[in-house]
Design a protein around this ligand. Structure first.
Ligand SMILES: Cc1cc2nc3c(=O)[nH]c(=O)nc-3n(C[C@H](O)[C@H](O)[C@H](O)COP(=O)(O)O)c2cc1C
Length: 195
C-alpha cells in the first residue's frame, strides 16, 4: 500500500472487534511515528500503549458519553506531550503540531497493517492522568482507539448516527475554502459551521 492508498483507506471507524496485540504491532507503530519530522528534531511525542484488559476496563471510566464504541478497543494508545519538549517561537508553540504529525504517521501505518486507529478527544484528561499516573504537566492530547473493523453493521456499541457514518466518509469542506494561490482569499476565512 502506498501513502496515497493509506490516506484514502483510513477511516475513523467505530464498529470494532478484538484482535490480538503483539509486540511486533507496537514496535512497528512506534518506529514509523519516531521517523516524523519535528522542530529542531525535538520529538515531543510520547505514547502509552494500553493492551491489558484490566487497564482497558479502567480507562472506560474516563471515556465521554457517546464514545461507548471505544469499549471494544483491542488497544488504546494514550498520546502525551509537554509544551516545553518542543520549540516555542514567540506565540507559536510546536508541541501539538509535531505530536499530531507523529500521530498521523502512526495512524497511516496502522491502516497499512489492516487495523483501525481512531483518534478521539472525548475523554476526561484528568481521569486518564489519574488512572495511568501521568504527571500533571503533560498534556493528554488524544487517545487512539485501535482494533479491527467488524464485518457487522453494529457490535452493540454504536448509536443510529454512528451506524450511518460508518457507511460513508463524512463530507469534507469544498476545496475553494481550503486553499488559495498567490494570495489570501476571503474564502479561506470561514469556519466549517458557516459554510
Ligand atoms: C482530534 C480528533 C478528535 C476526535 N474525537 C472523536 C471522538 O471523541 N469520538 C468519535 O467518535 N470520533 C472522534 N474523532 C473522529 C472524527 O469524528 C472523524 O475523523 C471525522 O468525522 C472524519 O471522519 P473520517 O476520519 O472517517 O474521515 C476525532 C478525530 C480527531 C482527529
Amino acid at each position: 500500500m502506498n501513502v496515497k492508498e493509506a490516506i484514502e483507506k483510513r477511516r475513523a471507524f467505530r464498529c470494532l472487534e478484538k484482535i490480538e496485540i503483539n509486540q511486533e504491532i507496537i514496535t512497528e507503530l512506534v518506529y514509523y511515528a519516531q521517523l516524523t519530522a519535528s522542530c529542531f528534531n525535538n520529538q515531543p511525542w510520547r505514547f502509552i500503549f494500553i493492551k491489558s484488559e484490566d487497564i482497558l476496563i479502567k480507562i472506560r471510566n474516563a471515556i465521554s458519553k457517546g464514545n461507548e464504541w471505544t469499549f471494544a478497543a483491542s488497544m488504546i494508545i494514550v498520546v502525551i506531550t509537554k509544551k516545553d519538549f518542543d520549540c516555542i517561537i514567540n506565540d507559536r508553540e510546536y508541541y501539538l503540531f509535531d505530536t499530531g504529525m507523529a500521530v498521523s504517521s502512526m495512524i497511516l501505518t496502522a491502516t497499512e497493517m489492516g487495523l483501525v486507529a481512531h483518534p478521539i478527544a472525548g475523554y476526561s484528561q484528568e481521569k486518564v492522568k489519574e488512572i495511568l499516573n501521568i504527571p500533571q504537566d503533560f498534556n493528554v492530547i488524544t487517545l487512539i482507539i485501535v482494533g479491527k473493523k467488524s464485518d457487522k453493521e453494529n457490535n452493540g456499541l454504536l448509536n443510529e448516527h454512528q451506524i450511518e457514518v460508518e457507511k460513508k466518509r463524512p463530507e469534507r469542506l469544498p476545496l475553494k475554502n481550503l486553499f488559495s494561490i498567490d494570495k489570501f482569499e476571503e474564502s479561506l476565512n470561514i469556519s466549517k459551521n458557516k459554510i
